[in-house]
Design a protein around this ligand. Structure first.
Ligand code: ZN
Length: 599
């Protein structure tokens, strides 16, 4: 295994070296760039370059003339024999194709950007729902549980199902065919490709995680160009990749302290989720900050109402004086719907008054809709991903139902408030398949061997969960015919084929060898448990993301652009066009005006 990896690495290095004599340029070749959107322009030379021999042109014109300023030349970047040229905070107002030519006198690189404009604004508001890690199997399972099925026909549709426009979206990043949540959310937020662990930047070659070439986010554009309100709502840590990518610029998603600082600088009008630990000064109980900054106090001083529980959030949102709302309901990730409403596992005992995602969305809409210029709201049901990584499918499906409830609430709100809100629902995939059902009696001391409990084709029949409550949740998951949802990516773990009724699943624990994981022995004694050997390297402790296209569904003004097969960077373009975020043109109506839709 090691030999194979070393040989593969050798090939990769050889390829990089042969291509490495040409310059690396950011934004990358074939980038689609919104007119007027800000970005950092960087050229990385493979070796030491002589500045007197460097020539960079855009459509034949000197770059400094086009951008209106000259770049900084770094002779030895990161202390190595490699030069770079960096020009921060530029933009291109005129739409069209830009042919870029970079030469250091010896090597020449040619690339092309497409700068596009957006025309007038069509939507007053945009709500981007991200079901983090939500795959088609999650969605079908949520429909089966929340709506039921009889004689093969679903008894109802999810709010996500019942939307007029749909597309398949490719999720690959600039460095890999497989995305992570940072990279994925960054493409939606900026319209630029990025790399695993990076958001709001192109990941450059220097080790500093905060110096990479930046690209502007949709929240910055919406604030700057249209004076819109911004909301960021999740049930993971608020510093986690998806919410952070709406605002932050870093090559390393784990820079939580810096991300909190970037939130404070950006001042989104609504910011709600878990992750209080990195807002608290180091000396305070529960803090995970590395300094004594108190961001709860700083946000309050900046005019934010603070909510630490669901009831506090509801009353703050109702207060007519609340225009900025910070909700931090747990120290880490919040608990999912199955634990909060039924099982009381996870951290529910410690944080019993966490709001539901639907309540968070209701509160966010109340505050954001006070802004007459409209709002951009990102809502993440983020634990779908976390639970799926842990092979805890029941919890992942309950949080998919919760996402759908939040989408329904937003759609009802939009219908009652002028019908001028673009709503999008999407994310990246896990390799999850719905194979059939698992048939057994959980009270039996000695159940049938694992594989004999899996029912496929006609033997699968239909699951027998109790009828869902008003919110679409069956009251029990430990029924005798359960959905068989399997991941194709497995670490070593004990398979029980049973829902985990106490706490979320923990399939692996750290192994003896550094950076390796082994099966968690905790589940060894569950009746019928069997050791399942993984199909991933031992350094991976969980299920992993997969690279299939994801389903994007959309409704509202501008959603007609959602069709066929799209790249994830085009999702940004759909939003930018709906909100008219391109560089203003004198002939266009005033930017805050919404052009009425033709009937
Ligand atoms: Zn994930």
């Amino acid at each position: 295994m090691r030999t194979v990896l070393a040989a593969a690495a050798g090939i990769a290095i050889a390829m990089a070296a042969s291509a490495g004599s040409a310059q690396t340029v950011y934004p990358i070749d074939r980038a689609d760039i919104l007119s007027g959107a800000r970005f950092d322009f960087k050229v990385e030379f493979a070796g030491l370059a002589d500045p007197s021999k460097i020539s960079i042109t855009l459509n034949g014109k000197d770059y400094a003339q086009v951008f209106g300023k000259a770049a900084t030349f770094v002779e030895r970047e990161a202390g190595k024999d490699q030069s770079a040229l960096l020009l921060r905070d530029v933009s291109l107002a005129d739409a069209g194709v830009y042919n870029i030519r970079v030469t250091d006198g010896a090597e020449t690189r040619e690339l092309r950007w497409n700068v596009y404009d957006t025309g007038p604004r069509k939507a007053k508001n945009v709500i981007l729902f991200i079901g983090d890690g939500m795959s088609p199997a999650h969605r079908v399972a949520a429909r089966l549980l929340a709506k039921g099925i009889a004689e093969g026909k679903a008894i109802g549709k999810l709010a996500i199902d019942d939307m007029p426009h749909m597309a398949l979206v490719a999720t690959a990043g600039s460095d890999s065919i497989i995305t992570d949540s940072a990279n994925s959310a960054s493409a939606y937020a900026t319209g630029h490709k990025s790399a695993v662990n990076a958001m709001g930047v192109y990941a450059d070659r220097t080790p500093d995680p905060l110096d990479d070439p930046r690209v502007e986010t949709v929240t910055s554009l919406a604030q700057r160009r249209q004076a819109m309100a911004i909301g960021i709502v999740t049930n993971t840590e608020i510093e986690d990749a998806t919410p952070a990518a709406m605002v932050a610029h870093t090559r390393r998603r784990t820079e939580y302290d810096r991300i909190v600082e970037q939130y404070f600088a950006a001042k989104p009008d609504v910011l709600m989720g878990g992750g209080r630990a990195n807002f608290l000064p180091k000396s305070e109980n529960g803090s995970r900050r590395r300094d004594e900054s108190d961001f709860v106090a700083q946000f309050r001083a900046a005019g934010y109402s603070l909510a630490l529980t669901g009831p506090e959030m509801v009353s703050a949102a109702k207060d007519p004086g609340t225009t900025k709302l910070l909700g931090l309901f747990t120290l880490g990730n919040m608990d999912g719907a199955l634990d909060r409403k039924f099982l009381k596992g996870g951290t529910v005992g410690k944080f019993p008054e966490q709001p539901d995602l639907t309540e968070q969305v209701g509160a966010a809409l109340e505050v954001l809709s006070k802004n007459p210029s409209g709002f951009f709201l990102m809502v993440e049901s983020g634990m779908i991903d976390k639970y799926t990584h842990l092979l805890d499918m029941e919890r992942a499906v309950y949080d998919t139902i919760m996402l759908d409830n939040a989408v329904r609430l937003a759609r009802d709100w939009a219908a009652a408030h002028g019908d001028d809100t673009l709503i999008l629902v999407m994310d990246h995939n896990h390799p999850i398949g719905l194979l059939g059902t698992i048939d057994d009696d959980m009270t039996k001391e000695t159940p049938a061997p694992l594989r004999e409990r899996v029912r496929v084709y006609e033997r699968a029949g239909f699951p027998n969960y109790p009828a869902p409550d008003a919110e679409g949740y069956p009251a029990r998951v430990d029924v005798s015919r359960r959905l068989a949802l399997f991941s194709a990516s497995l670490p070593d773990h004990y398979e029980t084929l049973r829902p985990k009724l106490d706490n979320p699943n923990e399939p692996t624990v750290a192994g003896k060898d550094p950076n390796t994981y082994v099966a968690n022995e905790r589940y060894k004694s569950v009746p019928g448990a069997a050791l399942r050997l993984g199909n991933l390297p031992a350094m991976i402790n969980a299920d992993v993301h997969s690279g299939e296209d994801v389903i994007l569904t959309a409704t509202g003004p501008g959603s007609e652009r959602v069709r066929g097969q799209m790249d994830n960077t085009e999702v940004f373009r759909v939003i930018a066009e709906a909100l008219g975020l391109g560089a203003p043109d004198a002939s266009e109506p005033k930017r805050t005006e919404v052009v009425p839709r033709q009937q």
